[in-house]
Design a protein around this ligand. Structure first.
Ligand SMILES: [Zn+2]
Length: 269
């Protein structure tokens, strides 16, 4: 679990209570610099961070700072650049989480350089994770976009669907972004109805997962089938059906909350 400092000025993270170890997460575009095997972050320096770097947080082993390298930067011997998504299941989970936060912070910082109201250049705040406009005081915080995921059950069966963007043969739970003003429960009822035309009840929270591409939070539930005829809408869902342990299609990768949701649900049915 990553702690956040009380002060986001770069020098403060080296206070004695945090310790002096520093891990520098270096990104080139959206690719993280890792050791050649991909199983560890490749930290390029032990120097103190500069003002254009962002404090990610700290744990009991290290402080973490991130920066974006120029596009022409070549990986040093023993290291390579890798898309973070490709490192799920290779890089340890705690390092994936740290790198995911780092990537989201870099993207927030890059896309909030100017005030959205008056276009004045913004400045980083020291005491909260924000960029503030010095002219009109508008603050911009890192954006997180919640998305619901729902695995519908009917007796010993689960509802799996193939999104039009999935590779052929791949099925998963239903999912969709929340609309402004909705609760997660509202979004589940709406998305399930819109995508496959059925009603559900007995919603139960299972787990959540940060998905930093670019800033989602997947919130996973199960729900019971409550009525309606299964009718994939065609433009989001290409096909959908009821499956059980004996006839499962190709499922999402093991690192996804979707896979965990499906396996945990099948285990109790
Ligand atoms: Zn402004």
């Amino acid at each position: 679990m990553l702690e956040t400092p009380a002060n986001f000025s770069a020098s403060t993270i080296f206070s004695p209570s945090v310790g002096t170890a520093l891990t520098m997460l270096c990104f080139r575009d959206n690719e993280l610099l890792v050791k050649a095997g991909g199983d560890a972050i490749y930290s390029t320096t032990s120097e103190e961070p500069q003002s254009d770097e962002i404090i990610v947080g700290y744990d009991d082993r290290s402080a973490y700072v991130t920066r974006r390298l120029v596009a022409t930067f070549e990986a040093p011997p023993g290291a390579r650049f890798a898309n973070l998504r490709s490192l799920f299941g290779i890089l340890p989970d705690d390092q994936v989480a740290i790198a995911g936060r780092a990537l989201q912070l870099l993207e927030w910082d890059r896309t909030h350089q100017f005030c959205g109201v008056c276009a004045t250049p913004t400045l980083r705040e020291a005491h909260e994770r924000a960029r503030r406009c010095p002219k009109c005081s508008l603050s911009a915080y890192p954006r997180i976009s919640p998305a619901m995921m729902c695995l519908v059950t009917r007796g010993s069966e689960i509802l799996l669907a193939r999104n039009v963007n999935f590779p052929p043969g791949r099925f998963s739970a239903l999912a969709g972004f929340l609309e402004a003003g909705e609760s997660v429960e509202d979004a589940i009822h709406r998305e399930v109805r819109e995508e496959v035309g059925i009603q559900v009840n007995d919603l139960r929270y299972v787990a959540s997962q940060s998905w930093p591409f670019p800033h989602s939070l997947m919130i996973a539930f199960t729900a019971e089938y409550a009525g309606g005829t299964l009718t994939p809408n065609g433009h989001e869902i290409a096909e959908a059906g009821w499956f059980n342990k004996e006839n499962l299609p190709q499922l999402p990768p093991k690192v996804s909350v979707a896979r965990a949701l499906i396996e945990a649900t099948l285990a109790r049915l």
